[in-house]
Design a protein around this ligand. Sequence first.
Ligand code: FAD
Ligand code: MG
Length: 324
Amino acid sequence: MSEICHTYSQQLMGTTVSLQLFVENLPAVSAVFQTIQALETRLTVNRNHSEVMSINHAAGSQPVVVSKLVFDLIRQAKQASLLPHSCFNFAIGPLVKLWKIGFNGHNVPPAEEIAQRLTLANPELIKLNEKNHTVFLTRTGMEIDLGAIAKGYIADITKLVLASYGIHQAIINCGGNVLTIGSSPLSSNQQWHIGLKRPFAAADSLLGILHVQNKSVVTSGIYERYFILNEKLYHHIIDPQSGYPLDNELQSVTIISDNSLTGDIYSTILYGLGVERGLKELEKHQYMGAIFVTKDKKIIIKSNQHFEFKSLADDYQICSYELN
Ligand code: FAD
Ligand code: MG
């Protein structure tokens, strides 16, 4: 407990990104934030110019050459979008831009407009050329959106940046994507303690604490970006079948995995699958653990031995599904 923790934060990607280190190393800190900033500049769809926006602007007209870093992420986004039963869809951009959830001007769009944009949200219509690193959106109006995957990718890259400075103990938090690096110097069992937020409550109000070592902890939920109209809640994870926010029993899914990109992809996929099908899917992925939080106040845990969870919420019922 005598370790000194150095915390740094910056507003990036529409959220607060924070970094905790246990050595003073300002060049490493500035390299991390510069890397995140540079990646945001390439990947964002919330500005008019970026590598991803140059692909979107050329929709229906021509393929666009992108950097290897951007192409790699797009390739993985396409793979995740083509998985059977996946609600993950990187071609969802036209609908995200229509609903504007989490941004000024959010609204419930007319059903005809949703139906029209759904025809554009088809990952099969995005053509990748591995050799030339080109990406082609083959219909006018198509848009790539990497909001469900880019923070995980970026968190994994910051781990490499820190390693290049000889730093192997740290936490990077990209707003819902927490990556713990190495073991914690703060606790006797070397586990990091990561809070699981209570949905729709103050930021420091927790459902419990996860104990992990060298793991990513990524949450997808309905309580950070949403709006309420006529007593109905509309959140930012869009069902690529209906074009409306996914509607099921869940408030959030947290994925505990080695890398944050995987966690980011599967937090969205398992959110879409719901508890029963999500647990079944997890059977195929023993390298991940998950926590499902339901609207009727159940916390369903499948750790696959990747974490421990200490509950702080008497009003939630804990259900544990462990492997024998
Ligand atoms: P996740 O559950 O991981 O993903 C949800 C997000 O994925 C949605 O917000 C949407 O963008 C997209 N999505 C929705 N449905 C699907 C689907 N079915 N399949 C796949 N993806 C889907 N926010 C700002 O307010 N201002 C900014 O300037 C800004 N810039 C950003 C720049 C970058 C590079 C990134 C990565 C994010 C930025 N954001 C910004 C935040 C972004 O708009 C999303 O809200 C955020 O990435 C959602 O992450 P999450 O972990 O909360 O949700
Ligand atoms: Mg995600």
